[in-house]
Design a protein around this ligand. Structure first.
Ligand code: NAD
Length: 257
């Protein structure tokens, strides 16, 4: 009998890094289930492979417990298992702290941290049944170094780093590995929005901000989402079988500087 495909659940899969990860996992033999606020990517940049690769889609706000519970239950019912959870869905908030509203704080932490908590809470029982699995949480260089106008975003990513380490200890007995990835500047709609907000706040043009930030990269370019997807795939797979409780920085030396 043919072995059942491994199942990878990827949040925020309709855009950017999540979309690239869905493509990579699907092309390499996983049954991928992509979760997002929107059903699937509306972006023109969507790689055609994602359409042809059999990625299943579910609409889900990862910060709403009843939605997460229902969708994870549906996935287990339909595919029978969860082997990999990629907690990628996230938001950025580019604002000085004193201008930030409580509701914005609540939403940012609710999605960036709460969403990872809820997805783990409901996916872990299925991984335990399969006697193992891998969780990859999306952190950021913003969890390692501070940046102006991103205080709360940095706070959420610092929380992801700590959550990842603690959960790795909690799940070691279950043979579930838990790691995080910290991307630097990745060319996605989120980065474009962040840079546009920085331009507005600092009174310079978007072109100037892009030129300044690009010049600040050691390789003088931003990364493609695929370059992060490859790191996610590595951490989720058997090649990383002895790696748990750590963070892989994919930032072209931003933190090293
Ligand atoms: N782009 C970068 O430079 C960069 C750098 C470091 C970390 N990151 C992190 O990588 C992850 C992906 O970012 P990206 O750049 O691909 O962003 P993106 O905006 O292109 O994609 C994020 C996706 O998450 C989805 N999403 C947002 N809130 C959601 C929710 N509540 N429930 C379900 N889906 C939701 C969005 O609809 C979107 O499709 C984020 O966690 C982000 O913080 C990005």
């Amino acid at each position: 009998m043919a072995q059942a495909k491994r199942v990878a659940l990827i949040t925020g899969a309709a855009s950017g890094i999540g979309e690239a990860a869905a493509t990579v996992f699907a092309q390499r033999g996983y049954q991928v289930v992509g979760l997002d606020l929107v059903k699937r990517s509306a972006t023109a940049s969507r790689p055609p492979s994602i359409v042809e690769s059999g990625v299943a889609w579910r609409q889900c706000d990862v910060s709403v417990e009843r939605q997460v519970k229902r969708v994870v239950g549906e996935v287990v019912g339909r595919f029978g298992r969860i082997d990999v959870l990629v907690n990628n869905a996230g938001l950025v908030l580019t604002k000085p702290l004193t201008q930030t509203l409580w509701g914005e704080y609540d939403r940012l932490f609710g999605v960036n941290v709460g969403g990872q908590f809820l997805m783990c809470k409901y996916a872990i029982p299925a991984m335990r049944k399969s006697k193992g699995g891998a969780i990859v949480n999306m952190a950021s260089v913003s969890g390692h170094v501070g940046s102006v106008n991103n205080v709360l975003y940095c706070g959420t990513k610092g929380a992801v780093l700590a959550l990842t380490k603690a959960l790795a200890l909690e799940l070691a007995e279950d043979r579930i590995r838990v790691n995080s990835i910290s991307p630097g500047y990745i060319d996605t709609p989120m980065l474009s929005n962040d840079l546009a907000s920085q331009a507005k706040l600092t009174g310079v043009t978007l072109d100037e901000v892009v030129a300044r930030e690009t010049a600040g990269q050691l390789f003088r370019r931003f990364a493609s989402p695929i370059e992060v997807a490859e790191a996610i795939f590595f951490l989720a797979g058997d090649a990383a079988s002895f790696i748990t409780g750590t963070d892989l920085i994919v930032d072209c030396g931003c933190v090293a500087k």
